[in-house]
Unconditional design. Structure first.
Lengths: 266, 275
């Protein structure tokens, strides 16, 4: 290794370490700011306190927003896992033209600007007369979650040995039973990562949801931006820290069961 | 053969769902932007592009997206190189630093950056206590703050594709070049860089299309003072009730996003074919 090599490597390591600090900065700042005793954001806090966590139950509509977001995220992810499994099996096992196109199409919502999808859905639902905010949101959130599920399922099924399913069928299982008892358990890591990222994407979505809500159905991100406009005190940092804790839990589950390396490929 | 045809039908529920609830609405939106009173017309686009304010918003959006992509690339490339050589605990640290921010929502991160950039905020406090500035600098509501915040949020989407390509690269290639007497700079320019280009293209395309259409980040960091295309779209729908304008701007955003995706996959294919 020459001196230039060493220098190059030293520079890239320095930048990489700065990059790690830069990436973690917003998370650390949010958590630190949530434990302040002051009503403005100063770091380090003058005194540590749980004051803003206690203030959360005075925030009107917060609990409803959390429940609505969890409800939408869980149901839309579950529906996406079912639709995604069927479509991914078709792409992996079917012998028809255009399977490549189907794969691209089902992942394509990921590449579309969320706001544009939101606007398009708003106009479409109005035209077909769908006025119920909950159902509009649920349909919108399936569009958000399905591509995440499809991406991981398509990748993992392309390397799955389907003769296992065929073997189960020769042993007397029906096709749906063979999928349930052989395919899904074998692809558990893909289901977990796809499902977790889909769940988080739904929990976090703002640009699609904002066009589909009404006064009574507000998801958590929408409520948070509303609080930020009305009363931007550190209780928002406390809500954010709750969401960060959720992400950490998801990450721990993911890395324990499938490993970090597989999670980033998903 | 028949059995396999039946398997193809399994794609139908998901496909028809996306066709009706995703593709059709986008198509209708696009059609609407080319119509006035049911007639084909480019009038809405002519109006949009002849308005000086709209043009300044369009340029700002493209400029911010380009600079965000550039900043992310400058940080991401060396990081991906270090990551591809890392093992054990260091690799875990890097991976956590990528995956954790990706799992934390955009709303949370954009909010954090608005705390950091506040006039009496974290960064100004730090700068003043270090004696770098005496009075707080106005950072929130500036384009620089927006670019830094956006690059931070999209950084993992730049690092990971480059890391994936570099990790796959046969590490013996640069070594072979070295044993043939190639200098480190020559090896980087002629071996590592060309082989990593598909990852760079994928990362840049992803970050650029995310940055062109970002909405939450500019709303929290620059606010209404410096509009971007997304904010203008949301405004024309939610406040101005000018749906024709909104449909036109969203179609422009859609066209930019789709051409970036198509352009980059064409470029990636060409690069793949060459190497």
């Amino acid at each position: 290794m020459t001196g230039t090599d060493r220098l190059g490597l030293a520079i890239s390591w320095t930048i990489a370490i700065c990059c790690v600090v830069f990436l973690m900065l917003p998370i650390v700042v949010t958590v630190a700011a949530s434990f302040t005793s002051s009503s403005v954001y100063t770091l380090p806090p003058p005194e540590w306190s749980l004051r803003w966590y206690r203030s959360l139950d005075r925030r009107s509509g917060l609990w409803e927003a959390v429940m609505l977001s969890l409800n939408l995220a869980l149901i839309s992810t579950a529906i996406s896992l079912v639709l995604g499994t069927l479509a991914a099996v078709a792409v992996a096992r079917g012998r028809f033209q255009g399977r490549e196109a189907i794969a691209t199409f089902t992942v394509s919502p990921l590449m579309m600007p969320g706001l544009v999808v939101g606007v398009a859905l708003l106009q479409f639902f109005r035209e077909i007369g769908l006025r119920d905010a909950y159902w509009s949101l649920l349909l919108g959130h399936i569009v958000i979650t399905l591509p995440f599920v499809m991406r991981t399922l398509l990748a993992s099924m392309s390397s799955f040995d389907f003769s296992l399913v065929d073997a189960a069928r020769t042993l007397g299982l029906s096709y749906p039973k063979a999928i349930l008892k052989v395919l899904i358990p074998n692809l558990a890591p893909a289901y977990l990562t796809g499902g977790l990222f889909a769940f988080l994407a739904s929990m976090d979505n703002y640009p699609i949801s904002i066009f589909l809500t009404d006064a009574r159905n507000k998801t958590l991100p929408i409520k948070m931006l509303q609080y930020l406009e009305e009363q931007p005190d550190p209780s928002l940092a406390a809500i954010s820290s709750g969401l960060i804790l959720m992400a950490v839990i998801v990450l721990v589950i993911g890395s324990r069961t499938v490993g970090l390396n597989r999670m980033i490929q998903g | 053969m028949r059995r396999l045809d039946h398997i193809g039908l399994l794609a139908l529920p998901g496909l028809s769902f996306l066709a009706v609830i995703f593709a059709l609405p986008l198509l209708l939106l696009l059609l609407k932007s080319f119509q006035i009173d049911g007639q084909f017309s480019l009038e809405e686009y002519r109006l949009f592009f002849s308005d000086e304010y709209n043009m300044s918003v369009l340029w700002r959006t493209l400029r911010v997206a380009a600079l965000t992509t550039l900043l992310a690339l400058v940080i991401a490339y060396p990081t991906a190189i270090a990551m591809s050589r890392a093992n054990g605990i260091w690799l875990s640290i890097f991976l956590v630093a990528m995956v954790l921010p990706m799992s934390v929502g955009v709303v949370v991160k954009a909010f954090a950056w608005s705390i950091i950039f506040r006039t009496r905020g974290v960064l100004n406090d730090l700068l003043m206590s270090l004696g770098i500035t005496e009075a707080p600098i106005r950072m929130l509501f500036t384009e620089t703050a927006l670019i830094i915040g956006a690059a931070n949020v999209f950084l993992p989407f730049m690092v990971l594709p480059i890391y994936a390509v570099l990790r796959q690269m046969d590490s013996r290639l640069p070594e072979a070049a070295a044993s043939l007497g190639a200098t480190p700079v020559f090896r980087f320019v002629n071996v590592t860089l060309p082989l990593s280009l598909p990852g760079v293209v994928a990362g840049c395309a992803f970050v650029f299309s995310l940055a062109v259409s970002m909405y939450v980040i500019p709303s929290l960091i620059v606010g209404e003072r410096q509009q971007t295309l997304s904010m203008l779209t949301a405004r024309s729908f939610l406040f101005l009730r000018n749906e024709a304008l909104g449909a036109t701007i969203s179609s422009i955003l859609l066209i930019i996003a789709v051409s970036v995706v198509l352009g980059s996959s064409w470029l990636a294919n060409r690069l793949g074919a060459r190497s």
